[in-house]
Design a protein around this ligand. Structure first.
Ligand SMILES: *[C@@H]1O[C@H](CO)[C@@H](O)[C@H](O)[C@H]1NC(C)=O
Ligand SMILES: *[C@@H]1O[C@H](CO)[C@@H](O)[C@H](O)[C@H]1NC(C)=O
Ligand SMILES: *[C@@H]1O[C@H](CO)[C@@H](O)[C@H](O)[C@H]1NC(C)=O
Ligand SMILES: *[C@@H]1O[C@H](CO)[C@@H](O)[C@H](O)[C@H]1NC(C)=O
Ligand SMILES: *[C@@H]1O[C@H](CO)[C@@H](O)[C@H](O)[C@H]1NC(C)=O
Ligand SMILES: *[C@@H]1O[C@H](CO)[C@@H](O)[C@H](O)[C@H]1NC(C)=O
Ligand SMILES: *[C@@H]1O[C@H](CO)[C@@H](O)[C@H](O)[C@H]1NC(C)=O
Ligand SMILES: *[C@@H]1O[C@H](CO)[C@@H](O)[C@H](O)[C@H]1NC(C)=O
Length: 575
């Protein structure tokens, strides 16, 4: 989520990666100037990148039929050496999670950083693609067909719904609201995308990208198809939901893994059930780290009072503020509108900030301090439905980081993936989930319930689903080089508030030879939240040689989050 718009019906504070509020200066690019093609055809775009629109079948169960197809938007950052050079290391595909995050945006935002991290003796090109339905890929998974005003009105309506904890009736409001949103998508559907957005389809699209990149290479060197002795392998870095995508690819095509790094790991079984119960397990620990950082900052932290004798005192004050707000919301005037300030808004703000402790602890401490003191401007700034851009009469496609239909695209993917369990999504099911998530995280449970509840009433059943078994068996020898087919490298922060470390160990267990690297840091996804030369060296060595370290290797971080904000050299330019 590079920039979150917090009240989008579900997502924003979901699995998407680090918050990244700085805006690129690059100009927009007219994607319609590229005609989609079955071969990869690159065009210069943005500044120093190449763009392509790869045409793939809508339905991979019927792959010869291109009468309905999808155009996958691709942005590639070329390697720092010519792709004909002996030290060219090939292409690394990336995915930012979401599940509706834009890979083209990730390539533009983080491409150089990732390239510097991966490069060693070999030099890599970084390829970001928008999964089907997402951002610049077409057709769009948009239940409002680009009508931003209808979208904003529905978002506004959903902001007034009280917390589902307040009683059976309030849960019914929430339940019906999500049911209605699903019905809207069912009515809007023209058969062109929503039933074909499963992660299995996206994994197959990735294989297609790998094949077409390889084809391009051989076309350029005039070698015949027969001369392509080896099947090309995927090289991949995926975060958050992108770890589920990687896990799916590795399990569907286990002999096509060249290199795979997954960072901030999603539990595949929980994800498939659509219950989202394996995410918040470490949330309160990360939050406690924020309070501790604030307490130790002393007068520098606006949230700390002189009378506070411990970090726990700050926690208590914020908790009781949130709990009061849950029962008694307040109103505030913001941008000429009367807005409700609910506990959900503030909880979502907290959840979002914890994605990136280094860049967000300070602003979180300011926003909370002001809100506790009765000034809700910063909270609303982070969450108000953006009426201004809804009313602009233009087809907003830029920046892709906050494209307007990302909630619908997320539902298409995650609700489609869990379609076989859709029959269970009754009011009782919703009650159980709400109870579980609140118990797991008293602070963020309320905000998180929106993800599972968004699939209530979702009736698209993709005909192409992968539901396991998850796993692969690389022929690996620890400590040795792998020219191809390396085992997976699984990395995680010690405390990740959206994908706990336990998930990394569980997933690693199913992929033979894989190892877990633990980075001693907080927030969501190791490479995105802090700088650690140790982690970076392991990742680079892995890409260059296929070597993986001992299972359970621990890496210190080179920067620590602080209040006030201190920049972390080597991390991309967050602001
Ligand atoms: C291809 O797909 C289209 C749209 O789904 C369908 O109308 C057509 O019959 C299909 N053609 C074949 C040969 O399967
Ligand atoms: C916006 O652009 C997309 C892609 O070019 C197009 O499909 C869509 O119809 C346009 N929407 C509006 C409201 O003009
Ligand atoms: C290699 O780089 C050249 C020049 O940038 C480009 O035209 C060509 O498409 C690239 N080849 C592959 C296989 O990516
Ligand atoms: C590939 O073949 C074409 C025509 O057969 C020739 O003009 C071109 O120079 C060749 N390219 C390379 C890289 O050998
Ligand atoms: C409320 O907070 C905003 C943002 O920090 C600030 O600009 C404004 O002056 C504050 N209002 C009052 C009345 O203090
Ligand atoms: C409902 O959940 C149960 C237990 O997880 C599962 O066995 C069953 O298949 C599910 N039924 C439907 C219709 O989704
Ligand atoms: C592994 O790769 C590294 C870097 O390319 C090289 O220096 C080393 O000799 C290789 N080791 C073996 C056992 O092949
Ligand atoms: C990490 O590596 C960079 C670049 O090689 C170096 O400048 C920096 O001092 C290193 N940091 C630590 C903590 O070792």
């Amino acid at each position: 989520m590079w920039t979150p718009v917090i009240l989008d019906i579900l997502f924003t504070a979901s699995l998407v990666t680090a918050t990244h509020s700085h805006k690129r200066e690059t100009s927009d690019y007219d994607w319609s100037s590229i005609t989609p093609s079955k071969q990869l055809k690159y065009h210069d775009c943005y500044d120093g990148y190449t763009c392509a629109r790869l045409q793939v079948p809508l339905d991979w169960q019927n792959p010869e039929n291109y009468s309905q197809s999808v155009a996958i938007a691709i942005v590639t950052l070329p390697a720092t050496v010519p792709n004909t050079s002996a030290s060219f290391g090939g292409t690394v595909l990336i995915n930012p999670g979401g599940p509706s995050g834009s890979g083209t945006d990730m390539a533009l935002e983080l491409g150089h950083y990732l390239q510097e991290t991966f490069d060693g003796e070999r030099h890599y090109e970084i390829l970001g693609f928008d999964p089907r339905g997402v951002a610049f890929s077409t057709p769009r998974a948009d239940c409002y067909s680009g009508d931003e005003i209808r979208r904003a009105v529905d978002q506004l309506q959903s902001t007034g719904i009280p917390s589902p904890k307040l009683g059976p009736t309030t849960l019914e409001y929430l339940y019906q609201s999500h049911l209605g949103a699903s019905r809207l998508c069912a009515e809007a559907d023209d058969g062109s995308i929503f039933a074909h957005m499963s992660t299995a389809s996206v994994a197959r699209d990735m294989l297609e990208i790998v094949e077409r990149v390889d084809e391009l290479k051989h076309t350029a060197s005039n070698s015949s198809i027969q001369a392509r002795s080896k099947k090309p392998n995927l090289q991949y870095y995926g975060v958050s939901y992108g770890t589920y995508l990687g896990n799916t690819f590795a399990s569907m095509f286990p002999d096509r893994i060249g290199r795979m790094v997954i960072d901030g790991v999603e539990d595949p079984h929980d994800y498939l059930k659509g219950t989202w119960e394996k995410n918040l397990n470490d949330f309160e620990k990360v939050l406690d780290h924020f309070y501790k950082t604030c307490f130790e900052a002393g007068v520098e932290c606006p949230l700390k009072k002189d009378s506070d004798r411990s970090a726990g005192a700050i926690r208590e004050r914020v908790s009781s503020f949130l709990n009061n707000l849950e029962v008694s919301p307040v109103s505030a005037v913001y941008q000429g509108r009367a807005s409700l300030v609910t506990s959900l808004l503030v909880r979502t703000l907290i959840h979002t900030a914890l994605y990136s402790p280094i860049t967000k602890y300070e602003s979180l401490s300011i926003a909370l301090a002001e809100s506790l003191a009765g000034n809700h401007t910063l909270v609303l700034e982070n969450s108000a439905v953006d009426l201004e851009s809804a009313c602009e009469i233009k087809n907003v496609t830029y920046p892709a980081e906050s494209y307007s239909w990302s909630d619908n695209a997320a539902s298409g993917i995650l609700c489609g993936d869990s379609a076989l369990d859709a029959g269970n999504r009754s009011l009782t099911w919703a009650r159980d989930i709400v109870d579980t998530l609140y118990e797991q995280s008293p602070t963020a449970g309320e905000a998180w319930t929106k993800i599972p509840l968004s699939c209530v009433g979702w009736n698209f059943k993709p005909n192409f689903l992968f539901r396991g078994p998850f796993g692969s068996s690389a022929q690996s020898v620890k400590g040795s080089n792998h020219t191809s087919n390396a085992p997976l490298l699984v990395i995680s922060n010690r405390y990740d508030h959206a994908t706990p470390l336990a998930n990394a160990y569980a997933v690693s267990q199913s992929h033979a030879g894989s190892t877990v690297v633990v980075q001693e840091s907080f927030g969501h996804c190791a490479l995105l939240t802090s700088r650690s030369n140790c982690t970076a060296n392991i990742v680079s060595e892995y890409f260059n040689t296929g070597r993986i370290p001992e299972h359970g290797t621990v890496c210190e971080q080179d920067c620590i989050p602080s209040i006030p904000f201190k920049a972390c050299p080597g991390l991309p330019d967050y602001s």
